[in-house]
Design a protein around this ligand. Sequence first.
Ligand code: XMP
Length: 506
Amino acid sequence: MILVLDFGGQYAQLIARRVREARVYSELIPHDTPVEEIERRRPEGIILSGGPNSVYEEGAPRVDPRLLDLDVPILGICYGMQLMALMLDGEVGAVQIREYGRSDLLVKDHDGLFAGTPDEQKAWTSHGDAVFSPPEGFSVTAETPSVPIIAFEEPEAGRFGVQFHPEVRHTEYGMEILKNFLYEACGCRPEWTPVNIITDAVEKIRAQVGDAKAICGLSGGVDSATAAMLVHRAIGDNLTCVFVDHGLLRQNEAEQVVEAFGENSDVPLIHVDARGRFLDKLGGVTDPEAKRKIIGEEFIRTFEAEAGRIEDARFLVQGTLYSDVIESGTRSAAKIKSHHNVGGLPEVMDLDLVEPLRNLFKDEVRVVAAELGMPDRMVWRQPFPGPGLAIRVIGDVTAERLEILRKADFVLQDEIRSAGLYRELWQSFAVLPAIHSVGVMGDARTYAYPVVIRAVTSDDAMTADWARLPYDLLERISNRIINEVPGVNRVALDVTSKPPGTIEWE
Ligand code: XMP
């Protein structure tokens, strides 16, 4: 296991991901994690990430000097390298010409980190400071035209530093360099494979839950489905899944969840048809926040009623991902009385959490899901908001308007999938505004709804760009929606990025 100490660099999370891509388990931890705790975790190697500060700045993050006394190989990246230099009495200063972007590396030593890579290579740099003189015992292993010490190492002591970013794809041999650190310097083996992840998760769940019973709310998305499958593998029928169909799902979505979990699998599934209840509550409500609140509350009430019938349930399974953990800064699973994903379960439930995906990134969850035999269409499902179509039917949410949107959305998905673009897009969906426009069909006047197409690319939903869908694809989508969906006579395309727009319309 490799621990990545986070100094706040924009690529810190990426380092952990790349290490995992090299099939070595790694975790990102705060830079001020006590040395005793780091030692207790017994990492095979430590990576110090980059960071936005200069090492000389007041308040710049530091580490306990005892870290460097540990008998564990350490790789410092960018700020991490400078910090290592400073702590070992090297010299760090501001460079005259700042390097941002691609730099030409000249490698002078191929014995350590650069083994198997060429003399000249491109590397991604982003720094204003650099090491001016290396600590005693260190040799300089690479330079750039403007920075004489772009990498150094002391292989005997297992200390390595690179001023560039091996974790960034633009660094030509970044993965080789990381692998040299992992496999050669740290002696790690590439054993973090999907099969091992599953075996490991199943063992941990068994140890946590024992003979007790657990419940899991299924949303239709890949995360909760994967969590449920892992827990089912671990404790069998002591897991009951609850799937609340609130009637705000896309076409065939409820059937797909039931198919993946219901009769065809042996996971006990309670399928609650709450469509009528939700629609009643939403009647006449047009304010987006009011809709969200009603749906959240109703969801909790429905879930609670079903969960209350499962005797002795002591655990609640959640599909929390590693990115959520990093973002919230939470370090250990807490006993909860509320379920934030669904808006806060009632206090009386008093359940312990089981979060088998807590250490996984989304792409790793998908690999695990596929390995568990989940159908492709579930594995690769685009994110879908909890309040569902209610926040894509603008204004009044009625059965009739939901049906129009569902049909239009189905056509859109069908065409996007046929064009081979489904996985490339972060999300693609249809929106039904609360307006009518005039059209002409079959020589007659129409006065019907427009449908808006929204397709975006994104890495994390924090920012997004509108997708440049090919014109011929847009033409097919438009023709089919107007021909196949009664009540629609016009198709428009949303060309707004986020910011200033949000991905959803409400
Ligand atoms: P916005 O519209 O804020 O959405 O750009 C960002 C991402 O979050 C999803 N989204 C939600 N997901 N419950 C969820 O589970 C919600 O209430 C919710 N609202 C938005 C949205 O689909 C996008 O991926």
